[in-house]
Design a binder for this molecule. Structure first.
Ligand SMILES: Cc1cc2nc3c(=O)[nH]c(=O)nc-3n(C[C@H](O)[C@H](O)[C@H](O)COP(=O)(O)OP(=O)(O)OC[C@H]3O[C@@H](n4cnc5c(N)ncnc54)[C@H](O)[C@@H]3O)c2cc1C
Length: 478
């Protein structure tokens, strides 16, 4: 490591190579603080060429590297390696180009999600994917996680809003992957690859035109079942709202305690529905929405942007807010088909009662993306373990109902052990072939996404014989 650090110092400015043990600890975890490791060395390159040089040096020394944006990830994706280099993009924060006629912006990876919208808002444009962490999370992190947000129901995830990415490949080449490239969709493969296929150094994003009209509605229901039925009825009526978010009574209690959002008292569930588009269409959809939500005991409509922000305040603060009602909690992220929401929510209730662990439900109801917040007291012996059991059982429920172990927070280090529950050994080996094609030496963010080691009981059943694709000569085993 000493020789590598000396080589890094030869071309990076002094303050861009961190080896001081106290400063290194700043980077020991991401938003999933449960997993921690002190990085071997941290570098803060200022240009794509510097990132490429760092990666080439890692290759020369056989040292693993991990990319980090703002460290808000919730699956331990940016967890560093003690024997590796953490490459942080926080000095790469330039918006390089704004091209409104072509509705594009070209940005460096450390630019925050919200900064893109702020740069074009005055001219009537915005960047659509809106993770709740948008004030701080980086666009490079968004690309790596294929991040979503409340408005992705109508507008799609990061993958639908990235036109091109310049990347540093795991062996240190600078290449550009473009949506217009013929042949395999390598840009599609890269987006959501959680830092395992290279490091994004320049990203071309799509800009959207701000809608003519926006109507934001808060509907309060007596029960979560009634809220769930309203969600199905809205989608069934052919309305695609920009967002449909739901919070249950416990999540409302937390939000109330944290930000005094003044949601209707006594609600078993609230639904936030945002309609946007041409004014006439929004008015028609709103009339239909009122009919569908006739059994809501309060329907609040935002009269202006300040009231809209007040409605969103409780929802946007929900994760942090549970800190007000519980000393510790796990943020889970799973997906179920929308029609399974009532059954899965009822099953979560039963799990909660069975294990004596409270669960607050906050979710992107429109696309069945659950974010159960599993609450526990870390001072109470055994409570953390029970919370883990409940949290894992929720993922099992998602799989049983034909959903997924992650909707938007990624697999990272946290959920790699669940991958074999969703995918067969053949599936996982096929994914490994893709990874190895990009990164034959396994230096880019190793230990993430896939369960390792294979023989430690994490994979049910040990593979016998070679992979069918390898056997048929269609792929090479690295
Ligand atoms: C309060 C809160 C709310 C959140 N809400 C949402 C939400 O609504 N929707 C959602 O999708 N997520 C949400 N997240 C999760 C998180 O903010 C996103 O995953 C975000 O995209 C991470 O960005 P980051 O810059 O913090 O990435 P980091 O945490 O630094 O890294 C995340 C992953 O990306 C990789 N990476 C980082 N930069 C690059 C790069 N330039 N090239 C290649 N790989 C890279 C890292 O190696 C790691 O695997 C939330 C998190 C918090 C704390």
């Amino acid at each position: 490591m000493d020789t590598l650090v000396a080589a890094l110092r030869s071309f990076l400015p002094g303050d861009s190579v961190i080896t001081d043990p106290v400063r290194l600890r700043t980077y020991e975890c991401d938003g999933l603080t449960y997993h921690r490791a002190t990085p071997g060395v941290v570098v803060l390159p200022g240009t794509a060429e510097q990132v490429a040089r760092v990666v080439r040096l890692c290759n020369e020394h056989g040292v693993p590297f991990v990319a980090r944006g703002s460290g808000t990830g919730l699956s331990g994706g940016a967890l560093p390696r003690e024997d590796g280099v953490l490459i942080v993009t926080s000095k790469m924060r330039a918006i390089l180009e704004i091209d409104l006629p072509n509705r594009r912006a070209v940005v460096e990876p450390g630019v925050t999600n919200l900064a893109i919208t702020e740069a074009v808002r005055d001219r009537g444009y915005y960047y659509a994917p809106d993770p709740s962490s948008q004030q701080v999370c980086s666009i490079g992190g968004n690309v790596a996680e294929n991040s979503g947000g409340a408005h992705c129901l109508k507008y799609g995830f990061t993958v639908n809003h990235v036109e091109a990415c310049e990347i540093v490949t795991p062996d240190g080449d600078l290449v550009t992957l473009d949506r217009m490239d013929p042949g395999y969709d390598l840009l599609g493969a890269f987006i959501g690859s959680e830092g395992t296929l290279g490091i994004a150094t320049r990203i071309t994003v799509r800009l959207c035109r701000a809608p003519e009209a926006v109507t934001t509605v808060l509907a309060a229901f007596e029960s979560i079942e009634q809220g769930g039925q309203a969600v199905s009825a809205i989608i069934g009526a052919g309305i695609v709202p920009a967002a449909i978010e739901m919070m249950d009574a416990l999540a409302i209690e937390a939000a109330e305690a944290a930000v005094a959002c003044s949601y209707p008292e006594g609600a078993g569930a609230v639904l936030i529905v945002e309609l946007d588009g041409p004014a006439e269409e929004v008015a028609r959809q709103f009339a239909r929405l009122q009919e569908i939500c006739a059994n809501a005991f309060e329907l609040r409509v935002a009269a202006d942007p300040a009231e809209r922000a007040a409605i969103w305040k409780g929802r946007k603060s929900a994760f942090a807010a549970v800190g007000r009602i519980s000393p510790a909690y796990i943020v889970q992220d799973g997906v179920v088909p929308r029609t399974s929401l009532p059954a899965v929510l009822a099953a979560i209730d039963r799990l909660s009662a069975q294990h004596g662990i409270r669960v607050a439900n906050v979710f992107h109801a429109g696309d069945g993306n659950l974010h159960p917040l599993v609450l526990f007291d870390d001072e109470e012996p055994g409570a953390g373990e029970r919370a883990e059991v409940v949290s894992g059982a929720i993922l099992d429920l998602c799989i049983e109902h034909g959903g997924s172990i992650t909707g938007e927070h990624g697999v990272g280090v946290d959920k790699s052990r669940y991958m074999p529950k969703m995918f067969s050994a053949d599936d996982l080996d096929t994914m490994q072939l893709v990874r190895c094609a990009f990164d034959p030496r396994g230096l880019a963010n190793p230990g993430k996404v896939f369960p390792t080691p294979r023989l430690c009981g994490e994979v049910p059943g040990v593979r016998k014989g070679v992979h069918p694709l390898v056997e048929s000569g269609k792929a090479e085993q690295f």
